[in-house]
Ligand binder design. Structure first.
Ligand code: GLN
Ligand code: ZN
Length: 755
């Protein structure tokens, strides 16, 4: 059976691309060296796949920052303000991704959004009224040629026209529909160029097809592809979807002249049903996404083979594939030296998934597969007990009552009490929690991990940092302080380490955006709080100041969403277990004198089901109560904050308000402020701190700029409900820009308070 990989990770097993890019940003290396590194990585990735026996290997899945931005660049969708910088092609690209502040100008980065239901972020391309969409780069072909030169025939992959149009932001008077003809022509040119290069297969990624599609969307898809596909002669086109099923357009797709259609059988709940109801054309190839591109558990061979069997019975030409790009899982188990074999036996990262694809592909062709070693081994693994249950956890959860989900008194009363208790100025200033993770901070943590320094030395260093951070914030004049999060590498792993039921990897990095990677822990068993997590740091930090010190926790939904979840119990059950663990920590902080506690739910939006009909039943109905469970036990004048890294919650504003937090801070500076109108229309009760500047870029916002942002905000939010803060945590920023930005922010708040 042929096997296919939708896309491979690109950051490098040991994050080589990240480090090279960051050096380039700091001007420590030249562009040539970065390009060289990128080429080496691509070669390694192609060879790894080739050696694993993959039939359809992707090219152009490599990216210096993001594949949507690559596609935009390829199509010439580059806003004027970046072109006018007159930088090299590479630097223009990075200017769009990260903003640019230097000799040639000062521009912010393009907006960044979560990639469907993942923790990957893509750059939002902007269409201006006079944008001319036309093929403007040759990355796709040069990378194809590069692979070919080492003897590997690849299928170039590019974001498809429909998804591109859906993701672009139109900044002028035109709407997406106005660009149809141009984009069609560009994709036709693209295909013609592929024909010329005698490329056998090209993959158009169209994940937007798994979202709810209206009649107009289906028409749009037809307008695009009915025309684009007329350019096809010999080159075969694979329409690749993932992250769900294509129920709204399946019948259309199978009648259109695609040569292959890629469907997700894992997140696509109805995929199999669609094939059973409407059939699948014999002349097309079905790329069956059965090996999970998002989770790290081994594939359950028996289940997968049963599905493959069904497809074979229907005489469908099946190509076994990953469910989505492997971008969302780490590279390899090879570098995991600390986890015992008993654990590792259950996991498959990207490279191991290649082996699974190969084994499954072979087994599927063998009628007597159950006698084969690979099958038996897998079968035995799943038959065995993982011994990951905890009776006490199960018991506690079964005793949770409806009342445990409700905080008393109601919020409007709490807000009055809290205003009195805290006596903060109007438009209080604060930050989201982390301060720059400078080299010394990382070195201290790593030295401790390696056993090079004692616990006491480690703690003393962090305390010194906390003391400096507190003094720094007081000096800047912030109203509500934080301890700076120096003890954390990231906001989930740190908590997971103090919770029973989690496992940690050493090198299992996954790209989150640009050069930023995260290392999600694995939820192995039932979860509970083993020991206090943040109490000592927060109490120490509070002891240094008369100002309010915000406690800083990660919420249950985010902990789960940024971990690799179990597949043997429901998400609801896992989240509830974590919620109880965090509840213990919240009450512990309160008992130790911490009066404001922020429970970050940075990832709440990210796992919102892609289809509206599933939003509540499959997610919000348990995710929101889980958040309430964490804080329902605190006193009326303990103030609960939450934070989200985005503002696209316009559609679920009531659910967000229903978290019953007292204050919410969120990203707003890289998005239009439409959300604020919606908050007002929905009578949003929670106090709000829409981020006044973008922390994802080193650019320093001016006082005027922030004053302006605040003035706009004040036209939409009442004065007594508005907080002033950056977009998100400052951990990835340098000290100088953080200092300058926060000073400008405080200055701007003062300016506004004057009138
Ligand atoms: N408190 C965290 C921080 O400041 C929040 C991070 C996040 O939202 N991603 O880093
Ligand atoms: Zn954030």
């Amino acid at each position: 059976m042929q096997i296919s990989v939708i896309g491979f990770p690109r950051i490098g097993t040991l994050r080589e691309l990240k480090f090279a890019s960051e050096k380039y940003f700091k001007k420590e290396i030249e562009a040539g060296e970065l390009l060289q590194k990128a080429q080496e990585l691509r070669k390694t990735h192609w060879l790894t796949q080739k050696n694993a026996g993959i039939t359809y290997i992707s090219s152009n899945d490599f990216s210096f920052y993001d594949m949507v931005l690559d596609t935009a660049a390829l199509l010439g969708i580059v806003p004027k303000r970046y072109k006018e910088l007159n930088l090299s092609e590479l630097d223009t690209y990075f200017a769009m991704a990260r903003g640019y502040q230097g000799t040639f100008g000062d521009v912010k980065a393009l907006a960044m959004k979560k990639w469907f239901n993942t923790n990957y972020h893509y750059i939002v391309p902007e269409l201006e009224d006079d944008t001319e969409i036309k093929i403007s780069g040759d990355k796709l072909w040069s990378e194809y040629a590069e692979a070919k030169s080492i003897g590997i025939e690849t299928k170039p992959v590019v974001t498809g026209a429909y998804t591109v149009l859906k993701l672009c932001r139109c900044t002028g008077n035109k709407t997406a529909a106005d660009y149809v003809d141009e984009i069609v022509n560009a994709y036709k040119d693209l295909i013609e160029k592929c024909e010329k290069e005698q490329i056998a297969w090209i993959q158009f990624d169209e994940p937007a097809l798994v979202q709810d599609m209206e009649k107009e969307d289906i028409e749009l898809f037809h307008r695009l592809y009915d025309a684009i596909l007329t350019a096809v002669k010999d080159c075969k086109v694979l329409l690749q979807t993932y992250f769900g099923d294509v129920r709204d357009i399946y019948q259309d797709l199978i009648e259109m002249p695609f040569d292959g259609i890629g469907l997700d059988f894992l997140e696509g709940k109805e995929t199999l049903q669609l094939i059973e109801s409407y059939g699948f054309p014999k002349e097309k190839k079905l790329f069956a996404g059965l090996v999970n591109g998002k989770n790290i558990w081994k594939n359950h061979y028996e289940k997968t083979l049963k599905i493959l069997e069904k497809l074979q019975e229907k005489e469908i030409q099946t190509v076994l594939s990953t469910s989505c790009s492997l971008l969302h899982v780490p590279y390899t188990l090879k570098h995991e030296t600390k986890l015992s074999k008993e654990y590792l036996a259950y996991f498959a990262f990207a490279e191991e998934k290649l082996t699974e694809l190969k084994e499954l592909g072979d087994l599927a062709e063998d009628k007597k597969y159950f006698d084969r070693e690979a099958y038996k081994k897998n079968h035995d693994l799943f038959a065995a007990d993982r011994k990951c249950e905890n009776v006490a956890v199960k018991n506690r959860l079964s005793h949770v009552t409806e009342a445990d989900y409700i905080r008393e008194p109601k919020r409007s009363e709490r807000q009055k009490l809290q205003k009195e208790a805290f006596g903060l100025p109007e438009l209080p200033t604060t930050t989201i929690g982390s301060f720059p993770q400078t080299k010394d901070v990382k070195a201290n943590r790593s030295a401790f991990r390696k056993g090079e320094i004692t616990r006491q030395e480690y703690v003393d260093f962090n305390k010194k940092k906390i003391a400096e951070c507190v003094a720094w914030q007081e000096e800047i004049g912030l109203d509500v302080l934080v301890h700076g999060e120096y003890e954390r590498n990231d906001m989930v792993e740190y908590f997971g380490e103090a919770l029973g039921g989690f496992l940690f990897t050493e090198k299992a990095w996954v790209q989150s955006y640009g050069t930023r990677c995260v290392k999600p822990p694995i939820i192995w068993g039932d979860v509970y709080r083993e020991k206090s997590i943040t109490v000592d740091w927060s109490v120490y930090a509070q002891s240094l100041t008369n100002k309010i010190m915000k406690g800083m926790l990660t919420g249950p939904v985010t902990i789960l969403n940024w971990s690799f979840p179990r597949e043997d119990i429901s998400i609801k059950e896992s989240i509830s277990q974590i919620a109880l663990a965090i509840r213990d920590e919240v009450l512990d902080l309160e008992a130790n004198g911490i009066r404001m506690i922020q429970i970050d739910e940075a990832a709440l939006r990210e796992k919102l089901p892609l289809r509206r009909s599933d939003w509540y039943t499959e997610y919000l109905d348990f995710a929101i109560p889980a958040f309430r469970l964490t804080h329902s036990g605190v006193k009326a004048d303990t103030q609960i904050h939450t934070h989200m890294c985005y503002s696209e919650f316009t559609d679920i504003i009531p659910a967000i308000d229903d978290m019953d937090a007292d204050v919410i801070t969120f990203e707003a500076s890289r998005s239009d402020l439409q959300i604020l109108d919606s908050l007002r229309e929905n009578h949003f009760e929670t106090e709000v701190g829409p981020g006044v500047y973008d922390i994802h870029s080193p650019r320093v916002p001016s006082v005027e700029e922030i004053v302006l942002a605040l003035k706009v905000m004040l036209t939409k939010i009442s004065r007594e409900k508005l907080w002033v803060n950056p977009d998100c945590g400052l951990k990835t920023r340098g000290v100088p820009e953080t200092d300058a930005s926060l000073r400008n922010m405080v200055e701007a708040a003062k300016e506004i308070r004057k009138n």
